[in-house]
Write a protein that binds this ligand. Sequence first.
Ligand code: CP
Ligand code: NVA
Length: 304
Amino acid sequence: MKRDFISIADWQTEDLERIFALTAELKEKQKRGETRPYLGGKTLGMIFEKSSTRTRVSFEVGMVQLGGYPLFLDTRSTQLGRGEPIEDTARVLSRYVDGIMIRTFAHDNITEMARWASVPVINGLSDLLHPCQVMADLFTVLEHKKSIRDLTYCWIGDGNNMANSWLNAAAAFGFELRLATPRGYEPDAAILEKARTRGARVLLTNDPLAAARGAHVLNTDVWASMGQEEEQQKRQKDFAGFQINQETLQVADAECLVLHCLPAHRGEEISAEVLEGPHSVVFDEAENRLHVQKGILVTLLASG
Ligand code: CP
Ligand code: NVA
């Protein structure tokens, strides 16, 4: 049976750990210049309804490094943009490609695609979740801290797609996650409740410094995500003070890591000083999108 990668919550912790182990192996091999066509002759259709630098390039390059072939499908230049239903697109693409990656607005577009596609579907970001990014974040923490568990994670800013995926990660790995958001910008209530039911230790607060105190990982994201451009000005006011800066670092663990999925708005959710400073691992994190997604691609596509 095909498997999709739509949400971290759909996967068992052992399977996520297997993906990390495979990622480490693939990364090491690639650094040594060893190539193996794990996905020789396989194709990945990559549907983009929103902009992307990292997701597009890392999936595209990842497929090539694995001996496969990626197809960039911009919704504006495919029939999807002219209203062809997802159920038809999913069935047609399944006749051509071995996997589908989709970045879209409504999360339902992804679940609908997965329902109709007979090939694996990967979530390359929706308004609700960004699981590939959080997998890369976790792998980056694993590399720097040797473990994902037994650490305190702090999220400062919007309770957005990234924050929601972090809730799923907290449930999978049992670490403490503290989210500091302005009132009205909390993460998705249903995801929060489900994560708590699964044993996630989550603290919600409106106080960024309280969330950051003693934390081993500080993480943030833009105040206005893709699709929220008209809210930018209002959000700039509402999120004042929800910034990772030197003051945040002073209360966090002395060896803390700073994550940001990028693109970053220096001076808004993060100060330039911290983004470029010694605690920041944001470029390792961006690189790890490539390696983790290769792990996911091999896991989903190699056997089919
Ligand atoms: N972090 C991330 O998903 O970046 P892109 O929007 O550039 O793909
Ligand atoms: N939350 C951001 C992440 C971008 C990678 C957005 O959805 O735009």
